[in-house]
Design a binder for this molecule. Structure first.
Ligand SMILES: [Zn+2]
Length: 110
C-alpha cells in the first residue's frame, strides 16, 4: 500500500507541476493582452480557460494533500481505521480508494 501511495505521490507531483506551468502561461497571456472579460469574446475564452485550469490545479493540490494525509496515517498506524467510527476500513475498499478516510458504512451515510 505504501508503494502505491509513493508512486501516486510522484505522479501527482508531476501532474501538479504541469498544471502550475499551464496556469501561469494562461495568466501571462491574459495579463499581457489586457482583455476585458465581459466584452471581448477572446477575453471570455481566456477567463474560462483560467477558471478551468484553476479548478484542475486545486483538485490536483487536494489529491496530493489526501495522499500526504494517507501516508501520515500509514506511518501512525491509523491508515486502516475509519476516522468517523474507528472501525477498520477494509482492504477491498482501500484498494479501490487508497486515500479514503472512512469505512463504507460511514461513507454511505454522508
Ligand atoms: Zn466508519
Amino acid at each position: 500500500m505504501y508503494g502505491w501511495l509513493a508512486a501516486e505521490r510522484v505522479n501527482s507531483l508531476a501532474r501538479l507541476g504541469g498544471l502550475e506551468r499551464e496556469f501561469s502561461e494562461i495568466l501571462e497571456s491574459s495579463g499581457s493582452a489586457g482583455t476585458d472579460d465581459e466584452h471581448d469574446p477572446e477575453g471570455a475564452t481566456i477567463a474560462f480557460e483560467r477558471q478551468h485550469a484553476a479548478a484542475l490545479l486545486s483538485r490536483a493540490r487536494e489529491h496530493l494533500a489526501q495522499i500526504d494525509a494517507a501516508m501520515l496515517r500509514l506511518t501512525e498506524g491509523s491508515y486502516d481505521q475509519c476516522e468517523n467510527c474507528g472501525q477498520p476500513i477494509g482492504a477491498a475498499r482501500l484498494a479501490a480508494r487508497p486515500v479514503t478516510t472512512t469505512c463504507i458504512n460511514c461513507a454511505s451515510q454522508r
